[in-house]
Design a protein around this ligand. Structure first.
Ligand code: S6P
Ligand code: ZN
Length: 192
């Protein structure tokens, strides 16, 4: 007698719309950052103070299948940065180092155009263009910030280890050593 059983083939826990990166599924976390949440990152404080601080700068969706900080898992996310500027500096994310300094990350461009700003522990900066289909490997010790240089939303995906953690304080205290500004309609990376 055969002991073969038929097992169910289930639907996936999550789905992704690859036209914009939007994720759906149980326990997809949503986070919104407005100008009022980002008082430290823009250089022109006068321009910042004149803006509506409720204005949305970016939204994040993320899936944490395991508890944050646990070794061995992966997290998956998508960020949409709205188009906009504070003075002549483009809207951008806070940026961070990973707390666990040997945990790397992948980013990939989905919609819009932007720049990935990278900085090593010696505070040396460099940058890569983000566009639909671009793929970016971010080494574990490299701080990363994304910037929308276009007139439409910039959407990008991310995948990182569940025990990477985030060190935002170093960037809040000392910033990146380069800033991306618009000059005569084009992005210009100004270094310290
Ligand atoms: C997490 C990953 C992204 C960012 C997101 C927002 O390691 O790099 O999901 O969290 O793009 O940026 P930030 O700097 O505010 O976390
Ligand atoms: Zn990261």
């Amino acid at each position: 007698m055969s002991k073969i059983k038929n097992l169910p083939i289930e639907n996936p826990k999550y789905t992704v719309d690859y036209s914009n990166g939007n994720m759906q599924g149980k326990s997809v976390i949503e986070l919104t950052k407005r100008l009022k949440d980002l008082p430290e990152i823009f250089e022109n404080k006068q321009a910042f103070d004149q803006m509506d601080t409720e204005k949305i700068v970016y939204h994040v969706q993320a899936i944490f299948p395991v508890e944050e900080g646990r070794e061995g898992g992966l997290f998956y996310g998508k960020t949409i940065i709205e188009p906009g500027k504070v003075g002549n500096e483009y809207f951008m994310t806070k940026g961070h180092f990973h707390k666990n300094a040997n945990r790397a990350e992948f980013y990939w461009g989905i919609l819009g155009e932007g720049v990935l700003l990278l900085m090593n522990e010696k505070r040396e900066c460099w940058a890569e263009k983000i566009f639909p289909g671009s793929l970016h490997y971010i080494g574990g010790t490299i701080a990363h910030r994304t910037i929308n240089t276009g007139n439409t939303p910039l959407s990008f995906g991310a995948c990182w280890p569940s025990d990477a953690g985030h060190n935002y304080q170093e960037i809040i205290n000392n910033g990146f050593s380069a800033r991306l500004k618009e000059l005569d309609g084009n992005p210009l990376l100004e270094s310290e």
